[in-house]
Write a protein that binds this ligand. Structure first.
Ligand code: RB5
Length: 144
């Protein structure tokens, strides 16, 4: 696994999974930033998405994980930031290929959509998978 530093954030809809993802990162000694939210009270996901995206773009983190109710709002918001390739994943195949082919730098998850064990499997595979480069690099470069 590359040297990881992961920025993690959620709104209230993804708060419980964010806490579990942080436990996962701690248990594997993976450094992380927790940008919040820090309580289950309602808050606005675009603000959290922006904080995680900026940590990734600035290089302070090399990956980001965002959780909201569906993962959709987070992915739309994060992908507004130039250089962010946020992938909303509800299965492990998409998570793996979003890294191998798309070089996704933010993973988005929907707490109200997928179960917690699947969510953590997706996180595990997404963090462990590298970018294949080659023809995929040309395509990612075209996006940028
Ligand atoms: C919050 O109710 C919900 O809209 C949010 O978590 C997310 O699903 C937005 O895309």
């Amino acid at each position: 696994m590359e040297d990881l530093k992961v920025a993690v954030g959620s709104d209230h809809g993804g708060f419980r999974y964010k806490e579990q993802i942080i436990e996962y990162l701690k248990s594997r000694n993976i450094p992380y930033f927790d940008v919040g939210t820090h309580t289950p009270e309602a808050c606005d996901y675009p603000i959290i998405a922006r904080k995680v995206a900026e940590l990734v773009i600035s290089g302070q983190a090399n990956r980001g994980i965002l959780v909201c109710g569906t993962g959709i709002g987070m992915s739309i918001a994060a992908n507004k930031v130039k250089g962010i390739r946020a992938a909303l994943c509800g299965d492990t195949y998409s998570a793996r290929v979003s890294r191998a082919h798309n070089n996704s730098n933010i993973l988005c998850l929907g707490e109200r959509v997928i179960g917690e064990h699947l969510a953590l499997d997706i996180v595990d595979i997404w963090l462990k998978t590298g970018f294949e480069g080659g023809r995929h690099k040309r395509r990612v470069d075209l996006i940028e």
